[in-house]
Design a protein around this ligand. Structure first.
Ligand code: S3P
Length: 172
């Protein structure tokens, strides 16, 4: 079982928490694309968006995705917008199985409303923005190999669901 486990999905879907738990359970390394970007740039995501703009952030994100996609046997926690670029999806799929962690707009709003580190949700009406962005992104997230509905499930249940899918016979 040497393929990468790649977690994709909207902000607040629980990718980072689940990636860390999965990595611990499976004794694998975890790589977060956002963390790679922050380390590379030496500044937080909010500042990259504010000073250099979203296109610049996406350019760095694409370079990071290309690098981490070359790894094998790791858990990759992707920023929510990483899959908006079809080349990123293709690269992540080369060595990886993609899991889309989904949640309802209400659940996402509940999880992100007290957090301030996501520039795209620092708006007047984040609840509405979440709904709009989820609709715009649905086709991208649908390209995952597996869809994991996280609503009402504990992190442990979500990890067990993912590990169960990995044990299916068509996985190496
Ligand atoms: C983004 C998601 C964020 C981060 C950036 C943009 C997006 O990552 O990459 O703020 O476009 O959905 P998380 O999904 O880890 O919050």
């Amino acid at each position: 079982m040497n393929c990468n486990l790649v977690l994709i999905g909207f902000m607040g879907a629980g990718k980072s928490l689940i990636a860390k738990k999965l990595a611990a359970l499976l004794k694998r390394e975890v790589i977060a694309t956002d963390e790679c970007i922050i380390n590379r740039e030496g500044r937080p995501i909010n500042e990259i968006f504010r000073v250099s703009g979203e296109p610049y952030f996406r350019k760095v994100e694409k370079e990071v995705v290309a690098e981490v996609s070359r790894r094998t046997g790791v858990v990759i926690d992707c920023g929510g917008g990483a899959v908006l670029d079809p080349e990123n999806i293709a690269r992540l799929k080369e060595n990886g199985t993609l899991f889309h962690l989904s949640a309802t707009p209400d659940e996402i709003f509940r999880r992100v409303k007290t957090q301030k580190h996501r520039p795209l949700l620092n708006t007047e009406n984040p609840r509405k923005k979440i709904e709009e962005m989820l609709a715009q992104r649905a086709d991208f997230y649908a390209q995952a190999d597996f869809m994991i509905d996280t609503n009402g499930k504990s992190p442990k249940q979500i990890c067990e669901e993912i590990i169960g899918l990995l044990e299916l016979p068509n996985h190496q």
